[in-house]
Design a protein around this ligand. Sequence first.
Ligand SMILES: [Fe+2]
Length: 268
Amino acid sequence: MFGLFKKKTPLPTFAPLVTDMHCHLLPLVDDGSKSLEESLTVMEAMKETGFEEIRLTPHFATPRYPNDVNKIKNLYQKFCDDVEANKGERNLPRIVSLTGEFRIDDGFKGYADRNELLTYHFADPKRGSEKGLLLIEFSLNQRRMGLEDIVYQCQLDGYDIILAHPERYPYFGSHSKLLEQFKEQGVYFQSNILSLDGFYGEEAQHKAFEYLENGWVEFLGTDMHNVVYGEALRRASTNKKIIKLLETTEFENRNLATSINNVSNDNQ
Ligand SMILES: [Fe+2]
């Protein structure tokens, strides 16, 4: 009888997103996780805060992380197997695909020319381009000359573009003309959840909320790197402003196609 009036347990904060589409949990390939154990610990935090799925996005950035795509695909398969074999009783999100975070730098053209850009797709086959959604980032220090031309060329080549964490580039202000231009030409924006909680400082936090208010942000990502980020994600999940945002705004994360543990399906 009393059960009828029992208060429903609220869903974890990030449950409405369903899927995270930006994290660096493939051990030892970039500045992300340093071990399988570290990845498992971060994945526990992700599941606890509401993520059912994660998509791995190692850096492809020259010269710091000039990762070889085929090598990364093999490491991804091994990682999926290792997680299954070692997760024990841990409650973890499903690993659904491998893509990448491609930096617009001296190595980018090589990946593009070799047709090695790993992309996501929307679940609805009527949405998006055939080549899929490509997650790109820019240098965090210096604006590269002509980056707008490279982005536009990618669009002409048939990719949909997602710009990772626009709020984190110090050379883009609150009223950036270039970001406005990107939105006009259909570039998607993905903000970092931790930016909203002040993890990268006040300026990034301020811009993240401002871009959201402009209606510029279609995706949210965790950009998880290590256990420090995992703890920060737990803290962010208790931030009232973030909780409210997730309750009132719909993001595109949940509309991405799922291809469980299969590199090729998401990257045809
Ligand atoms: Fe990242």
